[in-house]
Design a protein around this ligand. Structure first.
Ligand SMILES: [Zn+2]
Length: 260
């Protein structure tokens, strides 16, 4: 959908120029990849009408790019906005922004290595945020990035027992980032998960395979006590699979574009 369709008649590039025109517009390739990530995450069942993906600005590491408030499957280049780490849009020009943008802001602030952040409510993962005796753990060679243990954010510890469970401000975002620590994935009790990656592609890969791992682990638990990856198996398999991510990305791209 074009920017003019939202009644403001300016491209994303011109919105950035409005802020000072210092040649700090993100690369067009980065925006294109972020738009595609939105579509892939929908097509692969990670997000539905909700959930979002962001990327660190390629020329301003203290800022990030995230769509305006809309379903990921419908995101186009003109819907991508720029934010600072306090969750303020550089220039939304009146467009609504995601309530939970503070997840992205505080994770980018806390994790200089994170280049992309994905927050979703992918359905197979949520049960593992609920049952403390069944933590999410890597169960196959595709999901070694989960590491030995996936932390679980309990929002009641920070927002009491009457919150809406959403990360609606910087304080809650910082608490979530602290729970995430140096891990690649954090569960959020009764809500979903937040995943980081060193690139958009790797973050998307992790989000897809976190959901796959959760499905496989649930099935295995129905049969009995699973044999999980050791710390060494998780580490080595994660390093090896990272070199194969473009293979999956190219396939997911074709599928998201309706060519398969
Ligand atoms: Zn959420």
């Amino acid at each position: 959908m074009s920017a003019s369709a939202h009644g403001e008649g300016k491209s994303f590039t011109s919105l950035v120029a409005d802020k000072g025109g210092r040649g700090e517009a993100p690369g067009a390739g980065l925006i294109e990849e972020l738009v595609l990530a939105n579509h892939i995450l929908f097509r692969e069942g990670v997000v539905d009408g909700f959930g979002h993906v962001s990327v660190r600005h390629d020329k301003r590491p203290d800022r990030f790019l995230l769509a305006r408030n809309m379903a990921p499957a419908l995101v186009g280049p003109d819907d991508i906005l720029e934010f600072d780490f306090d969750g303020n849009p550089v220039n939304s020009n009146g467009r609504a922004v995601y309530i939970e943008r503070f997840i992205h802001a505080e994770v980018f602030r806390a994790r200089p290595d994170a280049m992309a952040v994905i927050h979703s409510h992918s359905p197979a993962v949520v049960p593992f945020s609920l049952v403390k005796s069944s933590p999410l753990r890597p169960i196959c060679h595709m999901s070694g990035f989960l590491g030995e243990e996936v932390p679980n954010f309990e929002i009641r510890d920070h927002a009491g027992d009457s919150s809406d469970l959403l990360i609606t401000n910087s304080r809650l975002g910082a608490a979530l980032a602290k729970t995430l620590g140096g891990c690649n994935c954090a569960l959020m009790r009764g809500h979903g998960s937040t995943i980081v990656g060193p690139s958009i592609r790797e973050a998307v890969f992790r989000a897809v395979y976190t959901e796959v791992n959760a499905r496989l682990q649930s099935e295995a638990l129905r049969l009995g006590e699973p044999t999980y990856l050791t710390e060494g198996e998780a580490r080595v398999s994660a390093a090896n699979i990272a070199s194969q991510i473009n293979r999956a990305w190219d396939f997911w791209r074709m599928r998201a574009e309706g060519k398969l």
